[in-house]
Design a protein around this ligand. Structure first.
Ligand SMILES: Nc1nc2c(ncn2[C@@H]2O[C@H](COP(=O)(O)OP(=O)(O)OP(=O)(O)O)[C@@H](O)[C@H]2O)c(=O)[nH]1
Ligand SMILES: [Mg+2]
Length: 228
């Protein structure tokens, strides 16, 4: 339940995102009207990401030397002071201007989580294999856990801090996002979606290994069914 956003902590994992991170954090800083703190969790980037973040003067920089997307997010969330946490990538692919509408929706619906769905994107910017893989994972998740979500692999989410504190998340990499949905569903937490858009990465390379991540996501889905 989220009746009010007192402070929102935006948690952004980065690994070599020097070309993308400034636009992401500057847009949030300029466009988001809710009281906020911006936390960048960097995995010891070697391309100057940390220097870019420091130069803004308005971000909190946390170093998480252990590898893993989920691990970085968890470290950021453990350090977050807000009653609401927004997780979003630092690669410029998500439309961070939509944080405002996610928070509005969260309060309106008294929700525990708001997912930004990229499935209604008129530009269809998501790559073919990502799109199909996402569709299959989302269909399996919805069917097995009785949900009606359209984009379970969206890494752009607003989450109530209290709810996330009540679930134990152990996945260290990409399956972290799926594990979070499974554990929220089991607790009967309210998950809603808003329509968002997607952009192609401008600089740098994807860090996540798609095949390994897909195996981990399906293993997580099955584990969730076995462990009641
Ligand atoms: N701190 C930290 N951040 C990471 C790590 N792995 C990935 N990230 C960040 O997590 C976010 C998601 O990773 P991406 O490389 O964009 O993965 P992706 O979204 O599957 O790939 P694209 O399709 O290219 O966007 C990005 O902001 C990365 O920089 C890590 O081990 N540590
Ligand atoms: Mg990405």
């Amino acid at each position: 339940m989220t009746a009010k956003v007192e402070l929102v902590s935006i948690v952004i994992p980065t690994l070599n995102e020097a070309g993308n991170i400034l636009e992401t954090v500057a847009t949030i800083h300029d466009c988001l009207s809710y009281p906020k703190e911006i936390i960048v969790v960097d995995g010891n980037s070697t391309d100057g990401t940390q220097e870019v973040v420091k130069s803004t003067g308005f971000c909190r920089l946390i170093i998480e030397p252990r590898r893993g997307y989920g691990r970085a997010l968890k470290t950021g969330m453990n350090n977050a002071k807000g009653n609401v946490i927004v997780m979003v990538d630092g690669d410029g692919t998500y439309e961070v201007k939509h944080i405002e509408r996610m928070l509005d929706k969260m309060v309106e619906e008294d929700a525990d989580m708001v997912l930004a769905s990229r499935m209604y994107d008129p530009n269809k910017a998501m790559g073919f294999f990502n799109f199909v893989g996402n569709k299959i994972i989302t269909f399996c998740f919805d069917f097995l856990y009785s949900q009606y979500l359209s984009d379970t692999q969206s890494g752009f989410r607003a989450i109530s801090h209290e709810s996330i504190n009540n679930v134990k998340l152990v996945e260290g990499d990409m399956a972290f996002a799926t594990e979070m949905l499974i554990k929220f569903t089991k607790k009967n937490y309210k998950i809603v979606e808003v329509k968002s858009t997607y952009k192609i990465r401008k600089y740098g390379k994807p860090k996540l290994q798609k095949f390994k991540s897909t195996i981990e996501i399906f293993t997580t889905i099955v584990k969730g069914l076995v462990n009641k």
